[in-house]
Design a protein around this ligand. Structure first.
Ligand SMILES: Nc1ncnc2c1ncn2[C@@H]1O[C@H](COP(=O)(O)OP(=O)(O)O)[C@@H](O)[C@H]1O
Ligand SMILES: [Mg+2]
Length: 478
């Protein structure tokens, strides 16, 4: 018996049998919590695979609903033209018997697999007679089995009312999804609470989600650890010093780079370019500190030692690295992570660097919510096979230890002497399961020089670069 889908990535993988045929589904929440959006989304995604959907509305006009949903990436007009969707405005002025008759006539004729009632409260409001209320409620309760499909009843919760009191619906429903808004640090966080799910094992009861332009509902479901393959493809290190110490790194690894708050070595972040170039991979930087232009300029400055023109450097850097900035004080931790994953997907980056990682931690005071979001972000990226690099400033022992513990490779910049106005440093570097090393300033400078050579290679015109392979296949990948 194949189930219907929720149509939200993550949730269907987590709960594949949530919406089995014959289910009565209740979507409850305060105004603006996303009930209409979620119900429409379930309706839309299942209709796309041929399950006709009937939408019974008391509140909204079809035109308005279609317009809002189109902005969220759902084209109901097209669906309607294909006969896969029907919108029925319920006449609330009629007698209950007539309403039931109209609905059942439509259902008999249209034979939908999904019926949405938006909303039950609005419908009940016009029926004062309790017997008649029971009549219409019972009609909807028995409908899922009749259709061998699903019925979604939307239940409005008045503002200020925290407890969800659904009356008898709570007992009859097979699935109850309660949508809630939560304010974290003055920022809106939406969560979907799976209150009841007959026939599906629920371990995660609260799933943060966002409603996003063109994309609709995006859930942030913690990844299942068993699905994360350990040790993704091996990646090459961009210079001999790092190669000597680390040997190699993998996709899915987390590298943590830390510097003291009083000293930011110019070379730390731009090392990323070397890894990207050496492996011919795209890198994304999400900075919690600097806008994109500033980040690009720092890269150009760091590689000025190569002696190439600013334009050449810019060309190479922009080809391999995408710069983005995200204000950690502008998002709740769950939403920030959702935004980051969206960026990684959008730019199809293989390497993701987070810059200024101490800032979101400070913003959230390392709360349990923050830790859960961070852990889930890392595991989501690992599952996607990304190399993760986190760069931050030392704040305190607790944070430094936490970030180090979460990493596979740790690099700490320790300032040493200053000579000729130049701040020198050493790099304490450690890979999980290996001996730690102390790299000298000269080693690290040598590293950048080696990256200059890779840049030089990439700057050569395409034709010239290809020449060595002409005349023999022995230069294939090694
Ligand atoms: N294009 C959009 N981009 C982002 N958010 C949107 C968009 N359209 C609507 N929303 C959000 O969706 C919410 C409304 O959801 P809706 O499903 O109508 O709520 P409910 O039915 O529970 O009252 C609004 O609070 C709004 O913030
Ligand atoms: Mg609504």
């Amino acid at each position: 018996m194949s189930s219907f889908i929720v149509g939200v990535k993550g949730i269907d993988e987590l709960l594949p049998s949530l919406l089995y045929p014959g289910s009565l589904v209740v979507v409850a929440g305060h105004p603006g919590s996303g009930k209409t959006t979620l119900a429409s989304s379930i309706c839309y995604k299942n209709a796309l695979s041929g399950n006709r959907c009937l939408y019974l509305s008391l509140q909204e006009s079809k035109k308005k609903l279609f317009r809002v949903m189109k902005n969220l990436g759902m084209d109901f007009e097209e669906l309607e033209n294909k006969g896969l969707y029907r919108f029925l405005r319920m006449p609330i002025t009629k007698r209950v018997e007539e309403v039931v008759e109209l609905i059942s006539k439509t259902i008999a004729e249209y034979a939908p697999k999904i019926v949405v009632v938006d909303s039950m409260n609005a419908l009940m409001q016009f029926i004062s007679n309790s017997e008649k209320r029971a009549l219409i409620q019972n009609y909807f309760y028995s409908l899922p089995e009749m259709l061998d499909g699903i019925v979604i009843l939307i239940v409005e919760l008045p503002f200020g009312e925290e407890k969800i009191d659904l009356g008898s619906i709570e007992f009859v429903a097979d699935v109850i999804l309660a949508l809630k808004h939560r304010i974290e640090r003055g920022l809106l966080t939406r969560v979907m609470e799976i209150r009841k799910a007959r026939g599906a094992p629920v371990v995660i009861a609260e799933i943060p989600f966002t409603i996003s332009q063109d994309k609709g509902i995006i859930a942030y479901v913690p990844p299942i650890l068993a699905e994360i393959t350990r040790g993704g493809a091996e990646l090459k290190l961009p210079c001999s010093a790092l190669g000597r110490v680390l040997d190699h790194i993998h996709r899915g690894h987390v590298i943590y780079m830390e510097h003291p708050s009083s000293f930011r070595p110019l070379e730390s972040v731009p090392l990323l370019l070397g890894i990207a170039l050496k492996n011919d991979l795209k890198a994304l930087i999400v900075s919690y500190r600097y806008p994109p232009e500033t980040q690009l300029n720092l890269f150009i400055r760091a590689y000025s030692i190569c002696g190439y023109s600013r334009e050449d450097l810019r060309k190479i850097i922009e080809k391999y690295v995408v710069f983005k900035a995200l204000n950690p004080f502008g998002y709740s931790s769950a939403e920030g992570v959702a935004e980051e994953i969206k960026l990684v997907e959008e730019y199809n980056a293989d390497i993701v660097m987070f810059h200024g990682v101490e800032l979101p931690a400070i913003a959230d005071r390392i709360s349990p919510n923050y830790l859960a979001s961070l852990y889930n972000q890392m595991n989501t990226l690992k599952k996607m096979g990304k190399l993760i690099i986190r760069v931050g400033s030392y704040v305190n022992y607790e944070m430094s230890n936490l970030f180090s513990a979460l990493a596979d490779v740790v690099m700490k910049f320790i300032p040493t002497e200053t000579s000729e106005g130049e701040q020198k440093y050493r790099v304490y570097i450690w890979r999980r399961g290996r001996n730690p090393y102390l790299l000298r300033y000269e080693d690290f400078q040598g590293c950048l020089k080696e990256i200059c050579e890779i840049i030089k290679e990439k700057l050569k015109p395409q034709k010239q670069r290809l020449q060595p392979t002409v005349g023999g296949d022995c230069y294939g990948s090694v």
